[in-house]
Write a protein that binds this ligand. Structure first.
Ligand code: 9PG
Length: 519
């Protein structure tokens, strides 16, 4: 049925089964919604699927190229739509007209996607249940505040009130952690005001084998006790929805893994030198195992839990129970949330809407790194979900609207000059973004900091200046004006020769994966 929508400066006709006005817009009902646009938009708001996926406004005249290598798609974006070259995104999308006006279409349910095709904005659900959309036009900040409110009513909000100030092992030691190194840092942190000491990747026997390896002879309970003895909460990283071929799960519980309609394992990307596979979060034995794993980690003494690579739970495939993929993920996440009790729960590599209401914090951008941007990743691979400060800031700044629903985690900040190529300005943009998010974390090792860097870090952790958004990319922090527009746009498309080099690099990077017998 055709429905007419009236906004301040815009009248639209849509195709929908139902449509009612609400405060700030309309709620329309349609498994497939088509909005005929009155003018050709100049910009489109790409909404990435999971934490690391690109989210930003882009000129419609500069569409994205599919990222390379293809084997990275499941780890960086929604593989169901990763080769689409028209402007599109997960759950919601928006267009900007030449006069600066915005039109927004956002799903209120899961397994939904929005795409721009010429003068048509289309939204669809992969499944037919409760196909509701919020449609609004006008002031961007108000639209997103309303959308967040509606999502909060349907999915709930995080329950932690206090954000944590976190020391995280990843961005200094990576997997090179061991008991002695961490104990030394724990001592050296002295009276720095960190609430949490979080152990990242590197403690476990394997991806799927969540027991301490030989580098942690006192066990993870011993490590947690030592952290707690310093007056901080103990934090731990796990990637509980993944299994690699060298893991016990892969060898002994192959039926727990997600398969496709033809019975083949669904690829979940490549990392740690192995192909990744996903646990099926609708399988009763998997849910039981996840429940026990979370309870074990809690009993070890960890009260801050970072669960990573969670997208694996929402990949397309044939699940044990016949439920849609994001609902399947949510099913698993609900069991995890319940088992974690009152622990602070941070999700990472996680699909955005399906995580709402079931976690306290969500990583809202790619990993940071001690560099600003990588020409190889930008120009050859066209992958903006890879590590780097510019990629992290770009996506994070477009997801701040989630703040009423959870703590957005922008990843760590740097105060060190050792092993860090950021300019002072780039490092302070990162610090400012974490101030805006009110989520302050670092991996800086005290022994790496000069006395003045140490003092700057201490002040940063203790201060809480007032923050106010003043534009799409600009903020007032205390007395200062901060603008992130230099990070918002993408570098312009490379020329034909560079693109050809990109094709070659992508092909080479895919080669060992396509030859892997596990895929
Ligand atoms: C630990 C890290 C840190 C970090 C997470 C996540 O595409 N990839 O292969 C890929 C690897 C690592 C990664 C993201 C993507 O980082 O965001 O904070 O916990 O895992 O391995």
């Amino acid at each position: 049925m055709e429905k007419n929508l009236e906004f301040d400066n815009l009248a639209l006709t849509i195709q929908a089964t139902g449509c009612r006005p609400i405060e700030g817009g309309y709620i329309a009902s349609a498994p497939r919604l088509t909005v005929r646009l009155p003018a050709a938009p100049v910009r489109y708001l790409y909404a990435g699927w999971q934490s690391w996926s690109l989210t930003t406004w882009l000129e419609t005249a500069r569409p994205l190229r599919p990222m390379r290598p293809y084997s990275a798609h499941p780890i960086h974006t929604d593989p169901a739509y990763s080769r689409e070259t028209r402007p599109h995104g997960s759950w919601y999308g928006a267009v900007e007209f030449p006069d600066g006006g915005i039109l927004f279409v956002g799903a209120l349910g899961l397994e939904s996607h929005v795409m721009l095709d010429g003068r048509s904005l289309t939204g669809w659900y992969e499944t037919g249940k409760d196909p509701d959309w919020f449609i609004a036009a006008g002031d961007e900040e108000k639209i997103f505040a309303r959308y967040a409110g509606l999502l909060g009513e349907r999915f709930g909000r995080g329950r932690a009130t206090q954000p944590e100030r976190v020391w995280c092992s990843w961005y200094s030691l990576y997997t090179e952690i061991n008991e002695d190194r961490l104990n030394k840092i724990l001592g050296d942190l002295a009276d720095l005001p960190f609430d949490v000491f979080q152990i990242d990747d590197g403690w476990q026997r394997g991806i799927g084998d969540w027991e301490p390896n030989r580098k942690f002879p006192s066990g993870m309970d011993g490590m947690a006790a030592r952290i707690q003895a310093t007056g901080r909460k103990a934090g731990l990283w796990l990637a509980p929805l993944l299994a690699v071929p060298s893991s016990g799960i892969y060898r002994q519980r192959r039926d727990w893994l997600l398969h496709d309609e033809k019975g083949r394992l669904v690829p979940a990307g490549v990392n740690w030198g192995e192909p990744l596979f996903a646990l099926d979060t609708t399988h009763p034995a998997v849910l039981e195992w996840l429940d026990a794993l979370m309870k074990k980690v809690r009993l070890w003494g960890y009260d801050y839990i970072k669960l990573d690579f969670l997208y694996a739970g929402a990949l397309p495939g044939k699940h044990y129970a016949d439920i849609p993929r994001e609902a399947a993920y949510r099913n698993g996440l609900a069991v995890i949330r319940e088992a974690l009790g009152d622990a602070y729960f941070l999700t990472c590599g996680a699909p955005i809407l399906p995580s709402l209401g079931l976690c306290d914090a969500l990583r809202v951008g790619p990993d940071v790194a001690g560099f600003f941007a990588s020409p190889r990743d930008d120009l050859l691979l066209a992958d903006f979900s890879l590590p780097g400060v510019r990629n992290a800031l770009r996506t994070t700044m477009h997801r701040l609207w989630l703040q009423p629903l959870l703590h957005p985690d922008p990843d760590v900040v740097y105060f060190r000059s050792i092993l860090n190529n950021l300019t002072a300005e780039q490092a302070s943009l990162l610090q400012d973004m974490a101030e805006i998010c009110n989520f302050k974390a670092t991996s800086d090792i005290p022994a790496w900091l000069t006395p003045s860097e140490m003092e700057a870090l201490r002040r940063y952790l203790s201060d809480r200046p007032p923050v106010r958004q003043t534009g799409r990319t600009s903020f007032q922090i205390g007395e200062r004006q901060v603008d992130f527009s230099s990070c918002a746009a993408l570098p312009s498309h490379p020329g034909a020769f560079t693109r050809l080099q990109g094709e070659l690099l992508g092909w080479l990077a895919d080669f060992p994966v396509s030859k892997n017998e596990n895929l």
